[in-house]
Design a protein around this ligand. Structure first.
Ligand SMILES: [Mn+2]
Length: 306
């Protein structure tokens, strides 16, 4: 591929022909990161990213003119979606995807061709639900609980790491094991697998209640460090435990997705050793960029799996 600026190029991705445009367009002006580099990142990281997207309806945030331009959320597969892209129809009535009558037709990003198609649309951020769909596209119960740790200034990743250890213990007391992921923005996400079917299976309201109970218990035990309340005014110096992303209508940035922030940071899985170090040492943790994440993956693979 060696196109002139503004041109289009045909690429073959696993047998699908895709038209890629504007490879030289700068999407992150602060770092000069181009769309070509974003496509390269997504292609390189796909072996570890795709398993996190598999069977999940994906909401995208697109920045067609780069991160200093305007962005928009997209749930439905847009006009012009290639016929080979897997889509699933999800009812918007009841608790599954919020209020309103009707349906949404989400793409599911199960392969590199679909991922490349999305990256070409400047869909920098890929957000997924906590539930998956079955082979027929029918939504199942959630297969994980997520707790989003949002620091209120002057709290930062150091405080998030301290609170993450508390959440880990609180979940362990309920026989749940969680995995830490840098959000790529300001905080950390913790994911704990739960059974999607059979004994102990919970619907989205059930996992939301579970996460809320954990957040409120920790707020009670550590009122100077933790809040379970959304209100920004109640958060200075504390870490907000956002339990609400377990709602059937909500999504969380996928591990290994880029963020549409000033620099091309990534939602990057961490090891618990790294979180423990971050809880001790104020400077140990920082959000990671796409280049740093590719180096980590080459060296360590997907630490989320560990
Ligand atoms: Mn957050």
């Amino acid at each position: 591929m060696s196109p002139a600026a503004g041109s289009e190029v045909q690429v073959d991705v696993e047998g699908r022909t895709l038209t890629i445009s504007n490879l030289d367009k700068v999407l992150y002006p602060r770092t000069g990161t181009t769309k070509g580099e974003v496509l390269h990142y997504y292609a390189q990281v796909s072996p570890v990213l795709l398993p996190h997207l598999k069977d999940r309806a994906v909401t995208r945030i697109r920045w067609p003119h780069g991160v200093e331009g305007s962005s928009f959320f997209e749930k439905n597969a847009p006009p012009g979606t290639p016929s080979w892209v897997r889509t699933v129809e999800v009812s918007t009535t009841g608790s599954r995807t919020g209020t309103g009558d009707g349906t949404l037709r989400f793409p599911v990003c199960d392969d590199l061709a679909t991922l490349t198609w999305l990256a070409n649309l400047a869909a920098l951020e890929l957000h997924v639900h906590q539930w998956t769909v079955d082979a027929k596209g029918v939504p199942r119960n959630p297969d994980r609980v997520v707790i989003d740790l949002d620091p209120g200034e002057p709290a930062g990743l150091h405080e998030c790491a301290q609170v993450a250890l508390l959440v880990r213990d609180a979940l362990a007391a309920r026989d749940l094991t969680c995995t830490p992921v840098l959000s790529g923005s300001k905080g950390l996400h913790l994911y704990a697998p739960v059974p999607a079917s059979g004994r102990g299976s919970l619907d989205s309201d059930g996992t939301t209640t579970l996460a809320k109970e954990v957040a409120e218990a920790l707020q009670k035990a550590h009122p100077d460090l933790v809040t379970a309340t959304m209100t920004k005014a109640k958060r200075p110096g504390k870490v907000f435990l956002d339990w609400s992303q377990n709602s059937g209508s909500k999504t969380t940035i996928s591990p290994y997705s880029l963020r549409g922030r000033e620099r091309p940071t990534v939602a990057a899985p961490l090891t618990w050793d790294e979180v423990e170090e971050g809880a001790e040492d104020e400077l140990a943790l920082e959000q990671l960029t796409m280049d740093e994440v590719l180096e980590r993956v080459a060296e360590l693979g997907d630490v989320f799996e560990a």
